[in-house]
Write a protein of this length. Sequence first.
Length: 160
Amino acid sequence: MKIGILSDTHDQIAAVDQALALLRAEGVQLLLHCGDIESSDTIACFAGWAVHFVYGNCDWDRSRLARAMEAIGATNHQRYGHLECVGRKLGWVHGDDGDLLQDLIASGAYDFVFHGHTHLAGEQQVGQTRVINPGAFTRVKQKTVAVLELPTGQVTWLAV
């Protein structure tokens, strides 16, 4: 199973469309968005996808975003999300609440924890947990998204 991880799309609709085309070409089946969506227009781009969202610090009109998520059949996890896929436990947050991010990582409850907020793509191993930031769509030299393949755990970054 391939999972696409995005964050900090910041209403960059053309780049979101490009990213979704790349993810579709990679055979991604499920999307996790780590917040800073900004508008319901951005959410509309995800129609037809199995997608799970959390809010970021720039997601101010959360009731409007929630209605847009409901309209496309997306799952709204509010501040943090968690799923089990192919026997692997996944958690994700935006990352602006550093205590929440560190609590998820330190809990040892997740095989993978995803976050955004810093706009810096990368990964690190913390105990049993791989911590992955897929990058961002603004204030970066290169827009990126990450693809996690399960059960292998292989992570690939795609340039948008």
